[in-house]
Design a protein around this ligand. Structure first.
Ligand code: G
Ligand code: G
Ligand code: MN
Ligand code: NA
Length: 251
């Protein structure tokens, strides 16, 4: 409850909340295809609070729509200025679905910032599909109908189901970093990465290997046929130019 009150306060004052970005790179050319927006929070007494800690609090307390709006608007606004024309990928929580508010929030953010819809990617985990699957699919479909791309995040963890891939035309599958990192030493994990990469090719969907930290990881996921890569080997999530000096100060 105390963290919830602090987060509510931060959202109200727009204080200490930042969006960091991490590049997603084409494996064959090295070009930056997209940047994933990852929210960060600095609290004056508590220091940096991990999103692993405060995103669930936001989800449980009804603050997630407001937090989601903050990230979405910042991400679209900043992506408009990217000279390389890369897409911006925004994570969306299961709890942002269901009331139809997500679709209007996305439309509003695109309209207000002027970001072309095809430069926005929404990342959803399969957990989001478990609730009212038909309703969630309908919301994803309307996003896609106006040109926003939809990625399936953390594939391989949780309730991965081939039925989801058949039921909905995802534009991208993101293979969870745990598989990627283990693939170097464990043939079974390499087999999973290869199977998903093959599936992606057959479905005409790009596959992103997440959590690529070393050259060995990169060599392995290239071998297994992934089309894009993301991870510390390329860059950690970093603040935008404008926030960088502020973040430096806080660190
Ligand atoms: O960046 P990091 O590894 O610390 O993120 C931890 C978790 O928080 C990840 O699962 C990530 O998807 C989630 N996360 C980061 N930013 C956002 C956001 O803006 N919205 C939502 N819903 N989740 C986010
Ligand atoms: O759950 P999601 O995939 O949206 O979140 C991505 C998370 O992975 C973020 O918290 C991000 O900071 C983290 N991340 C990004 N690259 C790497 C990496 O190379 N290694 C590890 N361990 N985590 C990473
Ligand atoms: Mn993600
Ligand atoms: Na992920």
């Amino acid at each position: 409850v105390r963290l919830e009150a602090k987060l509510r306060d931060a959202l109200q004052k727009r204080e200490g909340l930042f969006v960091f970005y991490q590049p997603i790179v084409a494996i064959d050319t090295g070009a930056v295809i997209a940047r994933e927006a990852l929210v960060r929070w600095y609290h004056p007494q508590r220091g940096w609070v991990s999103p692993g800690e405060f995103v669930p609090v936001a989800e449980q307390s009804g603050l997630i729509d407001e937090l989601g709006d903050f990230v979405l608007n910042a991400a679209c606004r900043e992506a408009v200025g990217w000279a390389d024309g890369a897409r911006v990928a925004v994570n969306v929580s299961a709890s942002q679905f269901g009331e139809g508010t997500l679709v209007s929030a996305v439309q509003r953010a695109l309209a207000e910032t002027g970001l072309p819809p095809d430069r926005l990617e929404v990342e959803v985990t399969e957990t989001a599909l478990l609730g009212d699957e038909q309703d969630v699919m309908a919301e994803l479909r309307s996003l896609r109908a106006f040109g926003v791309r939809v990625a399936l995040d953390d594939f391989g963890t949780g309730y991965s189901s081939l039925a989801h891939l058949r039921a909905f035309p995802f534009d991208k599958i993101k293979i969870d970093g745990t598989f990627v990192r283990d693939a170097v030493e464990r043939p079974d994990c390499a087999a999973v990465v290869q199977a998903v990469a093959t599936l992606g090719r057959r479905l005409g969907v790009s596959t992103v290997a997440e959590g690529v930290e070393t050259q060995a990881h990169l060599d392995r996921v290239r071998e297994e046929g992934c089309s894009e890569v993301q991870g510390y080997l390329f860059s950690r999530p970093l603040p935008n130019e404008h926030d960088a000096p502020i973040v430096e100060e806080l660190n």
